[in-house]
Structures are given as C-alpha cells and as structure tokens.
Ligand binder design. Structure first.
Ligand code: SER
Length: 317
C-alpha cells in the first residue's frame, strides 16, 4: 500500500491517521476534506489535500485517479448523538457515501477501510463480553448505518472481490482533535475539564459501562488490519476490538489520583444515556486477536497519565 486517500481527514480519527500514514508510507497520502473543514498547519503542509465530499462520487473517482490511490480510508460519519438529531443526513453520509466509495473501489481496484462501532449492538445483544458474531439490532440511526455498512462492505468483498476491512471501534479518546456529537465523548471531555481545573458535568450515569480506547491504539488498529495477511481472515466487516471498559466513576477516580481536587457532578443527558444503555458493557475481541494479531497497548491508567500530561501542558500556556 502506497497511495492512500483519507476521506474525512480533518475529523477526530482522520487528522491523526493522515499524519501517521504519512510518517509510514512514501506515496501520496491525500487529505480529503469538505469545504469548511479545511486541513491546517502540519496536516496541510506535509502532503497533498483535495476536496472530497463523500456524497460526490465523481470527486472520489477523480482524486483516486489523479493520485493513483490504492487504499481508501472512509472516515466520514456523523457520531451517534448528532445522528439522532439529523438521521437523514447521517444516512446520506453513512450509506450513500459508503456506496460511492465502494463503487469507486470496485472500478479502480482499491482496498477500503470503513470504521464500524460498538453502536452496531442494541438492547437485545449480550452486554458482557459481547461476542464477535451476535445480534446486531441497533435502534439508533448511527447503529443502523454501521450495521448496513458492515453488510454492504462484506457484499462488495464477496460479490466483487473489493478488499473491504473494518473494526468496531469503542469510544476513542485523544487530546488532538475533539470528537463531536458522540455518546462516548464524555470520556474525552472529562480530561479537558480536569486539565483546565474545572468541575466536570457528566452527561452519563454512574454504572454505565462502555468500551473505550486510546487513540494511538485506534490508529494502530486502522493500519494493522489493512496490512494484515487476509489468508487468516474468517471475518472482515467488522471485527470487535477492545482495550478497556469503565463507567464515569472509574475514570473520575483514576483522574483524581493525579488531580486530587478534581470534582465531578452528574447531569444526565437522556438521549446519550439511552444510547449508552443500549450499547455493550465490554466486547470480546478474540477474533481480531486470532485473525490479525490485534493487541491494545494502553490501559486506563496509562491513557490518563498521557492525556493529562499533554493537556496540562497545553492549558498552562
Ligand atoms: N464514539 C462513537 C459515539 O459515541 C461510538 O462509536 O458515537
């Protein structure tokens, strides 16, 4: 793999993944963006960028052609809570957009990575140690697009041989680009509050467990699954991956070890709480470990030390 198009390169995952891909590969690593979300600074200066609106198949095809792209990272999406506010747009980006990407990939013979999510699971999925192959019955538009995306991606592999691969991401936590409109965002926001010396107002109830992952592990997953030898794959779209599971009280207590006067109060957001309640407490990622060697490096404490260190440094200035 040498020439890569990242669609959604200025978003939560894309902004970091594009830089990481550029540090690994010598080819064209193209930062695809939509007007209004232009790349800036290092992201703009370190490689090519192109306007690629996922809902515009021609723009995708032209960019793939121009830069001789062999791999597409399809990172355009609305996160779960905002997708409930704008379900029509969430479908347009998540499904019409994915269809455009897969059609271009079929014609131009590209591999495709599309992140899926813990959001594919719903109320009647086993909550603890959620298996790889189990009921996917979400009642959110985010989950509906992710399940449909998994099915469509597998279809393109089986029917047309398009090399589609995917992981089901937990909540991703990073100090670089904040997420927007997700249910797991609280686990990012809590670090910002702690580093700024503010009281954190938690929108999720105590005892609500969800899977989470530190971004460096998430980026490695994106790259390692695309580099993996597919001979061992039994699954493709999509693999459960996991790193840690906690509820608000556990992450708060962990941060308090390093910021002793940190305070948190609860003010539950009913929309986010309902979504969180429908998601698993913890995923079983055995298949990813066995089929392509997945292994997380960060646990909660290692993540907390790194997040607080980076953010405290930033807010000191
Ligand atoms: N982080 C996502 C969300 O909360 C889940 O994949 O919407």
């Amino acid at each position: 793999m040498k020439n890569v198009l990242v669609i959604g390169s200025t978003g939560q995952i894309g902004s970091e993944l594009t830089m990481k891909l550029r540090s690994i590969y010598n080819g064209n690593i193209v930062a695809g963006y939509i007007p209004g979300c232009e790349p800036k600074g290092e992201l703009l200066e370190s490689g090519p960028a192109a306007v690629v609106d996922i809902t515009n198949a021609q723009q995708i095809a032209d960019t793939v052609e121009k830069y001789e792209i062999d791999t597409i990272y399809n990172l355009a999406a609305l996160l779960s809570a905002v997708a409930e506010q704008k379900p029509q747009l969430a479908w347009k980006i998540g499904m019409d957009g994915l269809f455009n990407v897969l059609e271009v990939a079929r014609e131009k013979k590209c591999a495709v990575f599309t992140p899926s999510s813990i959001g594919v699971f719903g109320d009647n999925t086993p909550k603890d140690n959620t298996p790889q192959d189990t009921i996917r019955n979400p009642r959110t538009m985010y989950g509906v697009t992710k399940v449909s995306g998994e099915l469509l991606s597998d279809y393109y592999f089986i029917r047309f041989g398009v090399d589609t691969r995917s992981v089901r991401f937990p909540g991703l936590i990073s100090y670089v680009t904040p997420p927007g409109g997700g249910t797991t965002d609280y686990a990012v926001d809590i670090y910002y509050a702690a580093a700024k010396g503010e009281t954190f107002v938690c929108p999720i109830k105590e005892n609500t467990f969800m899977d989470m992952m530190y971004m460096p592990d998430g980026l490695r997953a994106c790259i390692e699954i695309m580099e993996a030898d597919p001979a061992k794959f039994i699954h493709r779209n999509s693999f459960n991956i996991a790193a840690m599971s906690f509820d608000p009280q556990i992450i708060y207590n962990n941060i308090k070890k390093y910021v002793p006067d940190f305070e948190m109060i609860y003010q539950v957001d009913p929309l986010r709480q309902a979504i969180a309640d429908s998601w698993p407490n913890s995923l079983d990622d055995t298949c990813a470990r066995q089929e392509w060697g997945w292994k997380p490096e960060y646990d909660l404490d290692a993540m907390t030390r790194d997040m607080l260190g980076k953010l405290q440094e930033r807010f000191k200035k």
